[in-house]
Design a protein around this ligand. Structure first.
Ligand code: ADP
Ligand code: MG
Ligand code: ZN
Length: 484
């Protein structure tokens, strides 16, 4: 089943066909073919050498760690790993590419024929992965008023390109796919997924076709998108633009376009006729890449549990709602936090509830990462015990939780310091109940005349009078006894 959104135009119903090409920077310490550092944000041209600035007479040496990372990614995305692949030269001229070519992979990529599952609106869909190949990054041009400068720190940094099949049908699915890839890459530790720094970016290809037809229409490609929101918006815009062209009786031109996030539109960058002919040919300075079965199996054995497996396990084993399971599994640190709390004896549902509501809200409000808070799983589990044994009420627990999040103090200490212990002394609660009943004679009258739903009102008043500390069960019991 597809979730295609069908659009009507001149009596024909159209659906969108989308395929993404995602570039991810590999988290290796050194570059792809030399030992220069890949660190981000250093002074321009301080991380360069004769190899990565393309001096004549030098030879590239392949970074084995980069290969391992791509194989790991391929396995996690259910690809076949080619025992034999080859590097190719992609030739073009640009000031940020002193060699005049980029070393990439062309006919024989290292990973092929995989897939990744996404969930949109509760429906799971499988998106094919055509290929994953390795390539080196180019440098960076910096344009200033008085001229342009070139920084080659990024030249030769290892990238992988993940190419999807044209299986995506809506802009929302495209965003979900990109999110899923980012989650997997971060779980695997092969890419930091930092989209602002350009560690993860995508080119989105889109075409329209009459609903139900098998063939493909002419596509346009939107280059270099660096956020989930933009991929969705750019595709939305582009689909509407293509519809308008078809509505006007025109045809789509195959071209590369750029997303202008300020204007909210895509603009033509170059047409097919202006497209580069890269004159790919096998890289003569590198031997073909051979990956042994043994090494692949070793890498497979070291794979961590991935977000999809976690999501399914949380829903199955712990009975969490699908939405909660998905949220908790998306980020590795969040998932590990959750699992640690469960390991320490927290009931999965209670842990999940506190994480999904209070914790996410506080993280959101403070703009912090889960690893940046002093609140640890043990704090939450300790607090849950205090609720269970009746020391504090659920209402008071919220105050305790916020304080733990802020200061990292133990829940027991906070309860003592702030005098938050629950009131379970019957005579003390009885006194509060009497006061509330005396202060609300009309409501008491109405209750006795059959309006028993006023029970909630009285409970609220007593809880308020006790500043949230009265044991709700006792309050309810005493109220019922006194009112009837
Ligand atoms: P190109 O040679 O223009 O780079 P590819 O065949 O390599 O095209 O495909 C690039 C990306 O575009 C892939 O993600 C693929 O799924 C997608 N794609 C290919 N054809 C279409 C189409 N007609 N409509 C939408 N996406 C497409
Ligand atoms: Mg292509
Ligand atoms: Zn170098």
């Amino acid at each position: 089943m597809t979730m295609a959104e069908v659009m009507e135009c001149k009596g024909t119903r159209y659906e969108a066909v989308i395929g993404l090409e995602i570039h991810a920077q590999l988290l290796t310490d050194s570059k792809m073919f030399c030992s220069c550092s890949t660190r981000f944000g250093s002074e321009p041209n301080t991380q360069t050498c004769p190899v990565c600035i393309g001096m004549p007479g030098v030879l590239p040496v392949l970074n084995g760690r980069a290969v391992e990372f791509v194989v790991r990614t391929g396995l996690a995305m259910n690809c076949n790993i080619s025992p034999y692949s080859r590097f190719a030269r992609k030739n073009y001229f640009y000031p940020d590419l002193p060699k005049g070519y980029q070393i990439s992979q062309y006919e024989l990529p290292i990973c092929e024929h995989g897939h990744v599952d996404i969930v949109v609106d509760g429906t799971e869909r499988r998106i094919g992965i055509t290929r994953i190949h390795m390539e080196e990054d180019a440098g960076k041009n910096i344009h200033q008023k008085d001229g342009s400068l070139v920084d080659l720190n990024r030249a030769g940094v290892p990238l992988m390109e993940i190419v999807s099949e044209p299986d995506i049908r809506t802009p929302r699915e495209a965003a979900a796919f990109m999110k899923k890839l980012r989650a997997i890459l971060r779980y695997l530790g092969v890419c930091d997924g930092n989209m602002e720094q350009g560690s993860l970016r995508c080119d989105a290809n889109v075409s329209l076709r009459p609903e139900g037809s098998e063939g493909f229409g002419t596509k346009t490609e939107i280059k270099n998108i660096n956020s989930f929101r933009f991929v969705e918006k750019a595709l939305d815009y582009e689909i509407k633009r293509q519809l308008r062209v078809l509505e006007g009786g025109g045809t789509i031109t195959q071209e590369t376009r750029l997303w202008d996030s300020n204007a909210g539109i895509t603009q033509s960058m170059r047409s097919k006729e202006e497209a580069h002919d890269y004159r790919y040919f096998p890289e003569p300075d590198l031997v073909p890449l051979e990956v042994s079965d043994e090494w692949v199996e070793e890498i497979r054995a070291g794979l961590v549990e991935l977000p999809d497996e976690k999501r399914k396990r949380y829903a199955g084993e712990y009975g969490l709602p699908d939405y909660d399971a998905e949220m908790l599994a998306e980020e590795r640190q969040v998932a590990e936090w959750f699992e640690e709390a469960v390991r320490l004896g927290g009931k999965p549902k209670a842990v999940s509830n506190w994480m999904m509501t209070e914790l996410l809200r506080l993280l959101n409000d403070t703009g912090r990462d889960i690893s940046e808070t002093p609140l640890k799983p043990a704090h939450l589990v300790g607090m849950l015990r205090l609720i269970e044994d009746g020391t504090i009420s659920g209402t008071i627990a919220k105050t305790v939780f916020e304080e733990m999040f802020r200061s990292g103090k133990e829940p027991g200490v906070i309860v003592k310091e702030k005098g938050l212990v629950q009131i379970t002394d019957t005579s003390e609660i009885e006194k509060l109940v009497d006061e509330v009943l005396a202060a609300n004679p009309t409501e008491v009258e109405r209750y006795r005349n059959g309006e028993t739903k006023l029970q909630g009102f009285f409970v609220g008043q007593v809880m308020k009078a006790s500043r949230g500390k009265a044991n709700p069960k006792l309050v309810n019991e005493l109220l019922r006894k006194k009112l009837t």
